[in-house]
Write a protein that binds this ligand. Structure first.
Ligand SMILES: Nc1ncnc2c1ncn2[C@@H]1O[C@H](COP(=O)(O)OP(=O)(O)OP(=O)(O)O)[C@@H](O)[C@H]1O
Ligand SMILES: [Mg+2]
Length: 265
């Protein structure tokens, strides 16, 4: 009988794998021979040079490397805040270079959540109002904005602090508001540049626990960090040097020796 042939057993096995949620690699971020050059002639700076990099949906990556190695330039590129000088950048299979500024703004608003070292909250707004902002730009109704902001703030453990202004919150709490703001439009990607740089060890752990929870829900997380212990919370460590990817998929032991060889700050 055909059903009992080895081919059927193979296909059955594949289907079971797919049904059981085996990860199917889908590229979210693809740099192809990407370059970013600032200035020209004597003042030319090759911030990124011929970078090939692929990060799939669902990954949790840390970008490390010495000061000036191109990490923030790469983050600006990944976050569609800047365009390459040469080469290509595909985000969610779209070539960023061919998109208009308004299309880029739409991608940033809908598909990417940003978290920065210095939180960048608006001081005159409450926690809830800060979290509502990306939804104002996305055209979400007031009632839904309020509801989703409360859900996001509760998710990061700030359900009791909805009406506090940033000045009434600790650094760790402000960063949690910034994370709630970053996730409230349900992005594909959470992009964080030194998210724990201004935090103490305890609050750093809180932020990393939130990132781990978000990653577990399927959000792709990419963060820049100088701190080996923070990078170790990720699943893939990418090391930049002089505008190039010098190492990829580093082990925790590797980053220990790289950071002691040439302190990153
Ligand atoms: N707007 C700019 N104009 C000219 N040069 C720039 C500009 N932005 C960055 N650079 C240069 O590009 C290189 C990479 O800078 P980038 O900010 O990406 O480094 P980084 O790895 O994030 O460093 P750090 O760890 O200090 O934040 C550096 O030599 C920097 O001086
Ligand atoms: Mg930087």
């Amino acid at each position: 009988m055909v059903r009992a042939s080895p081919l059927w057993f193979y296909l059955d096995a594949v289907l079971v794998d797919l049904c059981e949620g085996m990860p199917v690699s889908t590229p979210l971020i693809e740099f192809r021979h990407l370059q970013k050059v600032y200035g020209s002639g004597n003042t030319e700076v090759r911030a990124l040079w011929n970078v090939n990099l692929c990060i799939n949906r669902g990954e949790y990556c840390a970008i490390m490397g010495p000061s000036g190695s191109g990490k923030s330039t790469a983050m600006n590129m990944i976050g569609c805040l800047d365009r390459p000088t040469a080469g290509d950048y595909y985000f969610d299979r779209q070539n960023v270079a061919t998109l208009e500024d308004t299309e880029l703004a739409h991608i940033r608003n809908q598909k990417i959540g940003f978290v920065f070292q210095q939180f960048h909250l608006l001081p005159q707004l409450t926690a809830r109002e800060n979290v509502e902002l990306p939804m104002v730009y996305a055209g979400v109704s007031k009632a839904e904005r309020q509801e989703r902001a409360i859900v996001a703030l509760t998710q990061v453990g700030l359900g009791e602090r909805l009406n506090n202004r940033p000045s009434q919150l600790s650094g760790g709490q402000q960063q949690r508001v910034a994370i709630a703001r970053a996730i409230v439009n349900r992005p594909l990607l959470l992009l964080a540049d030194e998210p724990t740089g201004a935090l103490d060890t305890h609050t750093t752990e809180d932020v990393l626990n939130i990132f781990a929870d978000l990653h577990a829900t399927g959000i792709t997380v990419v963060m820049v960090t100088h701190e080996p212990d923070v990078a170790r919370a990720s699943q893939r460590i990418i090391w930049f040097k002089d505008g190039e990817v010098m190492h990829d998929h580093l082990s925790p032991a590797d980053i220990g020796s790289l950071t002691t060889m040439g302190r990153s700050r």
